[in-house]
Design a protein around this ligand. Structure first.
Ligand code: C5P
Ligand code: C5P
Ligand code: ZN
Length: 474
């Protein structure tokens, strides 16, 4: 790819590089890919993880004025403010150059604003610039990997991290496999023996959890009468004659082919009997991604588990721990990451239970909840994703609010794919609606977010609902 080559050239020319990346699984893998390739080039570099790239951070970087800034898994939404910075971007969020929203401070001097926007000489690799959908085609780790492989052929080992990043952003969730540019990376990873893939149950925890626990915690798809109920899961397996324990608790990877087939066919029957339909049943099976160089039975072996481990670090402001694990630490950082993973899983379950307690508020075009201080702003989006996958019969997007530590309100939104297929695009809605109440936002059509001032939630919901209606009516 020509753009990846140009970016690689610019990186080679730089005396030193500051890498800025996002705190989630995709951002951490992207930052790790950038770091390892800079290390192999023998460059001076520093990596920083941020929750969001805002104007303040960009001003800070302009003041520091490093020879080159490499933004990974973020930056596209702020390219209009980067004039004066020597930078490259490998990202997959919807670029601000595609939907210009003029920030308040620029309204007085529109000419300067547009001049600066057009003068920016930032090199930018992003699937949206090539007519592709950044929510499924490739992740931030993937675009970063495309540059890494131009820098050094040895970097092909980093393809495994690119797959973890894509899975971390749920890019396999719509088609139950990775498609587009992700698939090219996947094939390369397989060819070189770093990743294997095949069809199997899509459950989280195939490698590490006792089977009954795996069923109990299944949220995509939810298993009617089983999800959330330990006893029911144990009984279900006993009735099928599946031994739960040999020397240790048996995990999915310990079962025989026949046992797996029996469980899956009974689950399909159960889902259909409970009236959930084929669409949910089909989500039981899909492509799974195995990191062949990682030890069997550890959370690093399965891309989905690896990504969750990274989220468990990054989303609690410990991205560096996950980054160390990506770069090979299997000692102190890995141990710390495992602890954080447990806490993260507990927080998600508590978050889900909390929303079930207070209930989702339903409106004509959306449903929402306000978590206040009860759910951490960094995981409220994951909770919204899980709630949506439980609600296959509801065709409403979920908007989630949580108090942010910076005094504002964090907004996360997740949309059913059926609405996205009908033209709904939350990257635009979050961006425009938040700007109207004095905040900022962006993301992808199917999953997006924003930050808005406290007290503006009602007004924001009104604006968002009007925009959804308008987009769907078009
Ligand atoms: O910032 P970033 O692009 O990495 O975040 C993408 C987000 O989109 C992830 O949190 C992921 O959970 C969400 N997503 C989703 N459903 C999809 C695709 C992505 O909820 N089908
Ligand atoms: O935080 P959450 O997982 O809900 O984020 C969903 C998507 O929205 C991510 O891609 C994130 O980068 C984006 N987002 C954004 N601006 C914000 C908050 C989230 O672009 N203020
Ligand atoms: Zn991403």
């Amino acid at each position: 790819m020509k753009r990846a080559k140009e970016i690689a050239l610019k990186i080679r020319d730089a005396e030193s590089v500051v890498v800025i990346s996002h705190i989630d699984a995709d951002g951490i893998t992207a930052g790790s890919i950038a770091a390892r390739s800079l290390e192999r080039l023998g460059k001076d570099y520093r990596v920083e993880f941020v929750k969001q790239l805002d104007s303040r951070k960009i001003e800070e970087l302009k003041d520091e004025n490093p020879p080159l800034v490499w933004f990974t898994d973020l930056g596209s939404g702020m390219i209009h403010e980067m004039y004066g910075l020597n930078a490259v971007i490998t990202d997959h969020h919807v670029p601000s150059s595609l939907h210009v929203v003029i920030p308040k401070h620029a309204r007085k001097n529109l000419r300067t604003f547009f001049e600066e926007m057009s003068r920016t000489d930032v090199l930018h690799l992003n699937p949206h610039l090539f007519g592709k959908n950044g929510a499924v085609d490739i992740s931030g780790a993937g675009t970063t990997y495309l540059v890494a492989r131009e820098l050094d052929r040895r970097n092909v080992d980093l393809s495994a991290l690119a797959i973890v990043g894509a899975v971390g952003d749920l890019q396999d969730s719509e088609y139950l496999k990775l498609i587009g540019t992700n698939r090219i990376i996947l094939k390369e990873a397989k060819e070189h023996g770093f990743v294997d893939y095949f069809l199997d149950a899509r459950f989280f925890g195939r490698e590490t959890r006792p089977i009954y626990k795996m069923l109990q915690y299944s949220t995509d798809p939810i298993l009617p009468t089983l999800t959330g109920d330990e006893k029911a899961c144990i009984n279900f397996l006993r009735e099928l004659g599946i031994p739960l324990k040999r020397e240790n608790w048996r995990r999915w990877i310990d079962l025989t082919f026949e046992e797996k087939r029996l469980i899956l066919s009974e689950l399909v029957k159960l889902i259909l009997r409970m009236g959930y339909g084929h669409e949910l049943a089909e989500r039981l099976i899909g492509e799974v991604y195995i990191l062949t160089k990682e030890e069997r039975g550890t959370p690093l072996r399965d891309a989905k588990e690896f990504a969750t481990l990274l989220n468990a670090c990054g989303r609690y402001n410990k991205a560096i721990i996950g980054y160390n694990v990506c770069l090979g630490d299997r000692d102190s950082s890995y141990k710390e990451a495992l602890k954080m993973l447990n806490r993260h899983r507990r927080n998600l379950v508590e978050g889900l239970n909390f929303v079930k307690e207070i209930g989702l508020i339903k409106r004509e075009y959306l449903q929402y909840f306000h978590a206040g201080d009860r759910i951490n702003e960094n995981i409220v989006g994951i909770v919204a994703s899980m709630l949506l996958s439980e609600e296959t019969r509801e065709e409403l997007p979920i908007i989630a609010f949580a108090n942010s530590e910076d005094g504002n309100i964090k907004v996360s939104v997740r949309s059913p794919r059926s609405l996205v297929n009908r033209g709904l695009d939350f990257s635009i809605i979050m961006k425009e609606a938040s700007a109207k109440v004095g905040g900022y936002g962006g993301g992808h059509n199917i999953a997006a977010g924003a930050s808005i001032p406290r007290g503006k939630e009602e007004e924001f919901i009104e604006i968002v609902e009007k925009m959804i209606k308008k987009m769907l009516d078009k």
